[in-house]
Design a protein around this ligand. Sequence first.
Ligand SMILES: *Cc1c(COP(=O)(O)O)cnc(C)c1O
Length: 605
Amino acid sequence: MTLAAEPMQAPATSTPSCCTRESLIKIPYPDPPTLHLPYLTESEIRSRRSSRQPSRSSSPAPSTILQSDLSNLARNTQIDVRLLAEIMVHLAQIPTDREISAPLVNGLEKVKFEDADEDTLTASVYGSRYAAEDLPKFEMPEREMPKEVAYRMIKDDLTLDGTPTLNLASFVTTYMEDEAEKLMTECFSKNFIDYEEYPVSADIQNRCVSMIAKLFNIPTSDENSNAMGTSTIGSSEAIMLAVLAMKKLWQNKRKAEGKPFDRPNIIMNSAVQVCWEKAARYFDVEERYVYCTAERYVIDPKQAVDLIDENTIGICAILGTTYTGEYEDVKAINDLLIQRNIDVPIHVDAASGGFVAPFINPGLLWDFRLEKVVSINVSGHKYGLVYPGVGWVVWRDPKFLPKELIFNINYLGADQASFTLNFSRGASQIIGQYYQLIRLGKHGYRSIMLNLTRTADYLAANLEQLGFIVMSQKGGRGLPLVACRLDPSKEKAYDEFAIAHQLRERGWVVPAYTMAPHCDQLKLMRVVVREDFTRSRCDALIADFKLACQTLDSMDDKKIEEHKEHFKHMRRHATRTGRHHRMNSHFSDETHSLQGKTGKTHAIC
Ligand SMILES: *Cc1c(COP(=O)(O)O)cnc(C)c1O
């Protein structure tokens, strides 16, 4: 492993004087690679460090950079820095004044660039002074800018984002019909929580809840019991609500029995999506993991049930894990609970599988047909075919929803029962979901899911032919995705991350991951087959996979090492802000999560 220096982390002594505010000039050049800084291999670093060459210490910049990076290296040996940075990017860090004023390129401080002319009313976007300045990034500008300019500048800025349709990392919907988009746009200004003002939107939500609950085979024959459900921002919020309900239910039972109720735990696979870790952490529930092995990436039902004790609030089973898309054996867990007469509920995380299995695999028993399943979540914005963010959660019976969690909101005069973490939210996504449900019907969803399953099988067969080991299920026994890895017996000099990078150069986003803990740090790549991934696009991807492997095969070890460095560097500098590389270093050394502790990288979903 070699290191590229992060200029912002070098101490002040190594900062050239041109970084002071007075000498700053603004030149909107793109972020340059830090070519003037050395790349060092790990062994070079070690040998330099151990010999502490005096000649190096007389040249301050490289040695200080070396040290700061070494401490980084030490901190981060378990963590893929880039992935961590990607995860942390939403928790933004406010840059310091010095970071803001640091120039992009050293050595240009003497050059004078004159300000562009004042605007006239007829100035074109690119003839205006706005085109000659950097976009405001750190402080709100004092004055307005024309709307055409603001639109164009931001649109141009966004062109360096990836193309959503080539992003094969994500389950989240990237295509909806024009009519759906139109409908959703027309509802942008509706606040969904405002039931009184928008009663039809509220009713549309209820229609969706009912359709989804029935898709999951909710029993509706009992006159005295009404299943319940709600829309959410996504499966994460849905799962938070489900965990809260299970926790409260358990606490109430313990209180009634006069027993301690302060140490709840929840049982789940170590390959859970990060929102389960969050839910457990945020709501003070101990996480009990059933670990994957190098051969098994789903929960072991017996191990899961064996972990239960009097403090267990529930078991999570995943219908479609994010790594390999496999369905966990909910029925086996259910049957073990019945067999052992254990009163612990199952929640099924069907974020991805909830809109796939009912159409492709209707005979699979995973839903409310199993008596121990008390709640199920699904993401409307994954195979529910709606743009982000909408999710759903359904409970078998109101008795699983402790009353103290439900708020009757009297909003502008109308009473509504509400169980959500958010208050205000847009109504568009819910209306988009209703559109898809009635526009496509069961037949439409089935046609789409069948095509995706065929495409996934076709891709898997081709990748096997290219020498990859396919780790996902075929023939609709799991989600329509292909998870694969290199065959270790072929002893390639490169890894899955290198292939991912080669594909990236062609525009494809195919992520590489390190598996959940206890899997020998197994690496894998994953292609999610979404609605807009047709056979012809699949063929284009296969051709590029082939090309990527050929290119890497033709490189010798030294070249591969350089290649690795190059893409690490490129990833680290993926934001063009230039002055603000660090994303969020305050939290980059967290060690409480599975990622921080074990090097597991959370799959994008
Ligand atoms: C995507 C996903 C989540 C999180 O869902 P969001 O809708 O993105 O909040 C949770 N669990 C699984 C299995 C997922 O695939």
